[in-house]
Structure formats: C-alpha cells, structure tokens
Design a binder for this molecule. Structure first.
Ligand SMILES: C[S@@+](CC[C@H](N)C(=O)[O-])C[C@H]1O[C@@H](n2cnc3c(N)ncnc32)[C@H](O)[C@@H]1O
Length: 285
C-alpha cells in the first residue's frame, strides 16, 4: 500500500541535503558537453506548494529551506539550487513553490540531456505528469522504481546518474534498495548512484545496516557517504537526520560537501547534538 505523500515533507532538512547535493552533482556533469541522463526511481510530484494544506499541516520547510531562503548570497556554492527556487517563485509567488528532485534536474539539464522519471503512486504520477511532462526531454514511467532501475540500465546515453529516493515505508525496502543497486551496478558500472536514506529514532533506525549491506561484498569502485543530523536522536520517534550514499560521485564532490555540511549544520541545527559527516566507505583507487 502506498500511503506516503512527499507534500507533507517538502523542503525539510532532508530535502535540503538531498537537493543541494543533487544540484552539485548535476553541475559537475555539465562540465563536459557530452549528453547525460538523469534517472529518478522515486520521483514524487516534481513541484510542491508550501502553502498547501498538506505542507501547512507539518510546516517541515520552516526548519528546512525557509532557514536558507532569505539569504541566497550566503550560499554561493549553491547558486544553482537557489536559481531554481527563484525561477519557480517569480514575482508575486514569494516563497511558495519548492522543487522536488525531478524539477531540480529539469531546470539544470541542458537541451542535449534527458530525464527518466519513475513513480508508482497513481495520484502522484498524475501530478508529476502535469508538472513536467510538457518538457520533451522528460520521460515519465508509471512503474516500480527499483524494478525500473535494473530493467532500464544501462541507459542510453551511458553517461549519467540515478537518484534512488524511496519513502522506506516498509522495512524490506532497505534490502530491496541494496539488491537493486548492486544488480544495476553490474550492468552499469560507470553510472553515478545517489541513494538517500533517513536517520531515524534509535528503535527504528536502519541507516548503519543499509550502509553495511551496500558495502558488503560489493564491487563498487567508490562509495561516499554524506550525513546531516539536525538534532538529538530520540529513542522511538522522529527523523533526526538523513544521508546520501553515493557510488561513483564526481571527483570534487567530497571536498565540496566537506565545506558545505558544517555550514548547513550551523543553519539547520535544532539542538546541540546536530552533526555531519562526509566519509569514504570505499575510496576510489
Ligand atoms: C521520498 S518521495 C520522493 C521525493 C522526490 N525524489 C524528491 O526528492 O522530490 C518517495 C516517492 O516514491 C513513491 N514510491 C513509493 N514506492 C514506490 C515504488 N516502488 N516505485 C516508485 N515510486 C514509489 C512515493 O509515491 C513517493 O512519491
């Protein structure tokens, strides 16, 4: 059963980490003229209205993007991300619309690049189509994203990246992600993979296990982890942080994140237990 709707969480601290990192990776890909493809296995709606009833119910963006939005000049390294926010919120809109990962990619990709978006939720996919389908670089599939990841790789062109961003509503999803990524990697070893995961309360957290399983018996040529936690990890409630496990990241990304994450922690922290890390679990040789 699919009950997760990202509109309740759009623009929260985890989205800031994910989308800021995604914008850095996409900008790196653009340093070469050669076309590339962006795959998004769990695309969501593409664009979110922060004034909607769902977003107002949780107001998660208040402790996320709203903490950065009023000071774009403080974040020159995230100019691409801020430009997307600005384009979505021209003139009267103020700070109303927030880009999901498909819109971050759509705005940053060039005419020669392509987007392949997968989404399983029957309503969410219609919203996604309404938001992005008119762009002829965009291909939208109503299907299981992990099945699609293995079925559609290696993609054409081979140069590209995949964002794997499940809701982790079911515990089995962690294992399914590991299996799908390992299978996709054997077919597409040159692809760059960004795997998002939540850092949850002690009783529910599976992040260390996920990283262990990704690394174990893998043939990945590199595996970089970036995590941002904004508050104390509680015993049984809440998401105190999130992370991205990245296979084949662009070479300068680790350094960029080492500068960015302490600054994000400073801005997004909710208490003194906020922390960050950027670490190679498998170092590129
Ligand atoms: C965390 S949200 C995605 C957010 C989006 N990537 C972003 O950053 O804006 C997860 C999405 O995955 C969708 N979903 C859940 N199970 C799926 C599956 N098996 N295959 C594809 N999409 C799925 C949900 O409907 C939801 O829209």
């Amino acid at each position: 059963m699919l009950s997760y709707r990202h509109a309740f969480h759009a623009g929260n601290h985890a989205d800031v980490l994910k989308h800021a990192t995604l914008s850095l990776v996409l900008e790196s890909f653009k340093q070469k003229d050669k076309p590339f493809i962006y795959l998004d296995t769990h695309a969501g709606a593409g664009i979110y209205d922060l004034d909607s009833d769902w977003a107002r119910k949780t107001r998660e963006s208040n402790s996320g993007i709203q903490r950065l939005w009023h000071e774009p000049t403080k974040w020159p390294e995230l100019s691409a991300y801020f430009q997307i926010l600005q384009h979505l919120n021209t003139e009267q809109a103020g700070q109303q619309f927030y880009p999901g990962s498909p819109e971050v990619a759509r705005q940053l990709l060039r005419p020669q690049d392509q987007l392949l978006l997968m989404e399983l939720h029957p309503q969410e996919i219609e919203v996604l189509r309404g938001n992005l389908a008119k762009d002829n670089r965009v291909h939208i599939h109503h299907r299981d994203g992990l099945e699609g990841l293995t079925a559609l790789t290696p993609p054409t062109p081979r140069r590209g990246l995949a964002l794997i961003d499940p809701a982790y509503e079911r515990q089995e999803e962690y294992q399914q992600v590991v299996q799908a990524v390992k299978k996709a990697y054997t077919r597409w070893p040159t692809g760059c993979y960004l795997i998002w995961y939540p850092m949850l309360a002690k009783a529910r957290d599976r992040s260390l296990r996920l990283l262990h399983d990704l690394k174990e018996k893998s043939s990945f040529s590199s595996l970089l982890v970036a995590e941002l936690s904004v508050e104390t990890q509680h015993p049984d409630l809440g998401m105190h942080g999130s992370g991205l496990a990245m296979i084949n990241p662009p070479w300068q990304l680790a350094q960029q994140l080492q500068t960015l994450l302490p600054r994000l922690r400073q801005t997004l922290q909710l208490d003194s237990k906020a922390q960050w890390r950027v670490e190679w679990l498998i170092e590129a040789t």
